[in-house]
Design a protein. Structure first.
Length: 188
């Protein structure tokens, strides 16, 4: 199984890293990071995103957004799914309107044309009507719109338990089995 994870320039690059930590080993990981994502990681977490991903404790292929000729930009490469976490309003607009001028939006376009699963985790609050229209366009194209919404039924004790809930829900949406949070009706 091949999974692409896009890390765009929205706030919350830590959520992408938490997601990558919990993707099962049998998935080949391909990560595309934007220039803006690197800046956000440096600002929010004092983190060098590229160095962090290069030293990742499991194999992954890392791509810059400028690598438009990367194998993951082709339908024949056989990607099974893609998640964009966090998804900026910029990348959402590009994908919704078919603008494929960099690798992340190109991969998303390929995923949609191949009718594979595309998960979009928008990170903005509040959302204006243009963003909502773009998200509706993507939903109509069968993208999974999954913003990082807080939960309380799992009785979260800290930020980590809240993040694990989000990652678990994203993995669920992609059909990836996980046990990261208490399901409804299970003891917390």
């Amino acid at each position: 199984m091949k999974l692409v994870v896009g890390i765009s320039g929205a706030s919350g690059t830590q959520l992408a890293l938490r997601f990558l930590e919990h993707v099962p080993q049998e998935y080949a990981l391909f990560v595309v990071m934007s220039q803006s994502a690197k800046r956000v990681a440096r600002t929010e977490a004092r983190l060098d995103l590229k160095s962090t991903l290069k030293a990742w404790p499991r194999p992954l292929e890392l791509f810059e957004e400028s690598q438009i000729d990367a194998p993951i930009a082709s339908g024949s490469f056989g990607i099974d799914a893609m998640a964009i976490i966090p998804a900026s309003l910029n990348i959402i607009a590009k994908i919704a309107h078919g603008i494929c001028d960099e690798l992340m939006s190109r991969c998303a376009a390929v995923i949609l044309k191949e009718q594979k699963k595309l998960l979009i985790a928008p990170r903005e609050l509040p959302l204006h009507s243009i963003a909502l229209e773009n998200l509706l366009t993507l939903a109509r194209a069968q993208a999974l719109i999954a913003p990082p919404m807080l939960t309380y039924y799992t009785n979260p004790q800290n930020l980590e338990s809240m993040e694990l809930f989000l990652v678990g829900k994203w993995l669920d949406a992609l059909g990836i089995v996980n046990n990261l949070y208490a399901r409804w009706g299970q003891p917390c």
